[in-house]
Write a new protein. Structure first.
Length: 164
């Protein structure tokens, strides 16, 4: 089901975007999004690492993640389907908890490189304004920012490995 057509609420009111600029080429940021060994190091808030990371990174492929806190608390499993992949430029996927009846949202990740620096823009479109408010109220924005801090560390490691 296409969540963009599910409600009469305007898309702009149901979306949330975070941007971050990294001192790295787009290909390294894309790599950090496309391999389980990398995404499991940065995705999610600090203190809640990915403990289950299954990815079939291709259009139509699925992913299944689960986080476990540093104290051992296990979060609910979530996942989705990769809808569009343009290497080093764009990833679009749907996402949501795997419990029956859970809401879904679409995520568009854009990589825009200019002079060796890359702007990463992640836009999430929720099924409804209420769903957006719920997720933001649970700390989604803060969790994403924390994950993007960790992504910076992963990208720095990839840069160092590449320069060897």
């Amino acid at each position: 089901m296409d969540i963009l057509a599910k409600t009469a609420e305007p898309v702009a009111d149901r979306q949330f975007t975070i941007e971050r600029v990294y001192d790295a080429p787009a290909r390294l940021l894309f790599l950090a999004h496309s391999k389980p060994e990398h995404i499991s190091r940065w995705f999610g808030p600090k203190g809640w690492p990915i403990s289950k990371c299954e990815m079939d990174f291709r259009e139509g492929g699925e992913f299944h993640f689960q986080m476990t806190s540093d104290e051992g608390e296990v979060g609910p499993p979530f996942g989705g389907t990769y809808l569009e992949i343009v290497p080093n430029r764009k990833i679009v996927y749907d996402n949501g908890f795997e419990a029956p009846g859970s809401g879904r949202f679409h995520v568009t990740v854009l990589f825009e490189e200019f002079e060796g620096r890359t702007t990463l823009a992640v836009t999430t479109v929720f099924e409804s304004i209420a769903m957006k408010d719920e997720y933001l109220g649970l700390g989604m924005a803060e969790g994403m920012q924390s994950g993007f801090d960790q992504l910076g560390d992963v990208v720095e490691d990839l840069k160092a490995w590449e320069s060897k």
